[in-house]
Structure formats: structure tokens, C-alpha cells
Design a binder for this molecule. Structure first.
Ligand code: HEM
Length: 138
């Protein structure tokens, strides 16, 4: 499945106005389904929540601009080496991200939208993981 930028942007536009509730749902989902990652995150997540969803927003903005996207993701992946993130954590984060988008997107969440987001996350996780592994072995 290729990425459909129109579906990505239109579904994100439905999710985004839910504001802080989106990040709250995401972390609750992640820590409930993947408790092993809880200790990597600060005890209080308020500031962190904003940064993660700001990053998702930036990825959506640049979804049609692979050059910018890859640069952002490499930098982000390199920084994640310092947070203790491992390549094996990415599927759990992806599952919680998609569950969160599905929850808030309502009728905008169709099988095509889900497949398009899964394809985006594949690119995101692949590029971040590559940079993360490079930084960890440096
Ligand atoms: C779509 C994939 C991901 C995105 C967009 C993302 C985004 C971000 C952003 C924007 C930050 C704020 C700091 C910075 O900009 O460097 C951050 C911090 C962090 N991320 Fe990620 N991240 C992703 C995947 C992961 C994964 C797979 C893990 C591993 C469990 C992880 C663990 C962390 C941790 C531990 C922090 C620091 C938290 C703290 O300050 O307490 N992230 N992430």
C-alpha cells in the first residue's frame, strides 16, 4: 500500500483538534499494552506529550516532501539513542499510535486510511531505526 497524503492529512485534521486528549490516550494505550517501555519515559509526561504530537504534526505537514521528512526522522532517530529506545520498541509505539488515531478519527478511519497510516509508520520507524542503530554503534 502506498501512502495517500490526502487521507493522511484529512484524517489527522479530524484528530488534531482533540488536543492534549490525543497524547493522553496514546501514552495510556502504550503503557497499558507495553509496560516495559514505561521506565524510559519521565515520570511526568506533560511537556513530553506536546513534543511527540508536535513531531507527528510536522511529519504530516511534510508527508509529500520526502527530503525534509527523512532529515527530520534521522535527527529524531539519533536523539532516541539517548532515550534508551531500541529498534524492538517501534512496533509497540506504532500499534498505540494507530489505535489512537483510529479512536479519534471516527468516520474518517477507513481501511484505506488505516493502511496509509501503517505505510507512513513503516517509513518513520525504518528511517528512525536506521539512525538509532548507527548512533548506538558509534
Ligand atoms: C513515530 C515514532 C516516534 C516519534 C515521532 C517520536 C517523537 C519523539 C519526540 C518529538 C520526542 C521529544 C524529544 C526530541 O525531539 O528529541 C521524543 C522523546 C522520547 N521518545 Fe520518542 N518518538 C517515536 C518513537 C519512540 C519509540 C519507539 C520509543 C521507545 C519506547 C520512544 C521513546 C522516547 C523517549 C523515552 C523520549 C524521552 C522522553 C522523556 O523526556 O521522558 N520514542 N520522542
Amino acid at each position: 500500500m502506498t501512502i495517500d497524503p490526502v487521507l493522511i492529512k484529512s484524517s489527522f485534521a479530524v484528530v488534531e483538534p482533540h488536543g492534549a486528549a490525543v497524547a493522553g490516550y496514546f501514552y495510556q494505550h502504550l503503557f497499558e499494552h507495553s509496560p516495559e517501555v514505561r521506565e524510559l519515559f519521565a515520570e511526568h509526561l506533560d511537556e513530553q506529550q506536546d513534543r511527540l504530537w508536535a513531531a507527528i504534526g510536522a511529519l504530516v505537514t511534510h508527508v509529500e516532501d520526502p527530503g525534509t521528512l527523512v532529515g527530520l526522522l534521522r535527527d529524531l532517530g539519533t536523539r532516541h539513542a539517548g532515550y534508551g529506545a531500541l529498534p524492538g520498541h517501534f512496533p509497540a509505539v506504532g500499534a498505540s499510535l494507530l489505535a489512537t488515531l483510529a479512536h479519534f478519527a471516527g468516520e474518517a478511519w477507513t481501511p484505506e486510511t488505516a493502511a496509509s497510516w501503517a505505510a507512513v509508520y513503516g517509513v518513520v520507524a525504518g528511517t528512525m531505526t536506521q539512525a538509532l542503530v548507527t548512533a548506538q554503534s558509534a
